[in-house]
Ligand binder design. Structure first.
Ligand SMILES: Cc1cc2nc3c(=O)[nH]c(=O)nc-3n(C[C@H](O)[C@H](O)[C@H](O)COP(=O)(O)O)c2cc1C
Length: 170
């Protein structure tokens, strides 16, 4: 059974428990790498053709505007199909209580019937927010399984948690 990790993640300036700092690899990407390492899944990064700003405060406003406008940002790269995958790990940062709008763009193009979806999120306090509900609305017919939530600033230390989730819940 082929597996896929598809995720959105942003490097650059981010917020870590009261301080802003620049990072080279985003928090969700770190978790995605751990999942791929444990499962051997294929790896796909969902990227916007026009990325949000490196500056955190500007990014926050851009993402809010896209959410309020229900925008579907164009993707930089795409997968032609998900037909060969049975198990799909879908990862994203919590943006304004849901998924970044580019994840909506990605998800809405496929037929999810019969797929097993394992959601994972990184966040700074609100865990999945309403993202799992939004995911269920889009991915009709999929079996959405127990998700993994990791505080973004703890991503570097999450390997044991990720491994245990994959072995126990996936
Ligand atoms: C635009 C934006 C909106 C965010 N909204 C929330 C939120 O509503 N709740 C929350 O807990 N964290 C929120 N965060 C924090 C991110 O979810 C968290 O830092 C995450 O780990 C970033 O992942 P990444 O490095 O993979 O992009 C937000 C961050 C950004 C940039």
């Amino acid at each position: 059974m082929a597996k896929l990790v598809a995720f959105y993640s942003r490097a650059d300036e981010n917020y870590f428990g009261g301080t802003k700092r620049y990072i080279k690899v985003g928090n969700t990407e770190k978790i995605a790498e751990m999942i791929a390492d444990v499962t051997g899944a294929d790896f796909f990064k969902i990227e916007q053709k026009i990325p949000y700003a490196a500056d955190y405060d500007t990014c926050i406003e851009q993402a809010k505007k896209d959410l309020q406008g229900n925008v579907r940002p164009e993707l930089l790269n795409n997968l032609e199909s998900i037909d060969k995958y049975d198990d799909i790990y879908i990862g994203f940062p919590n943006y304004w209580s849901t998924m970044p709008m580019a994840v909506f763009t990605f998800l809405e193009q496929f037929d999810w019937t019969g797929k097993n979806i394992y959601p994972f999120v990184t966040h700074e306090g609100s865990s999945f927010g309403r993202s799992e509900r939004d995911l269920k609305k889009i991915c009709k017919g999929a079996n959405i399984r127990k998700g993994l939530s990791v505080q973004g600033s703890m991503a570097d230390n999450a390997k044991a948690t990720v491994t245990s989730w994959v072995k126990t819940d996936c």
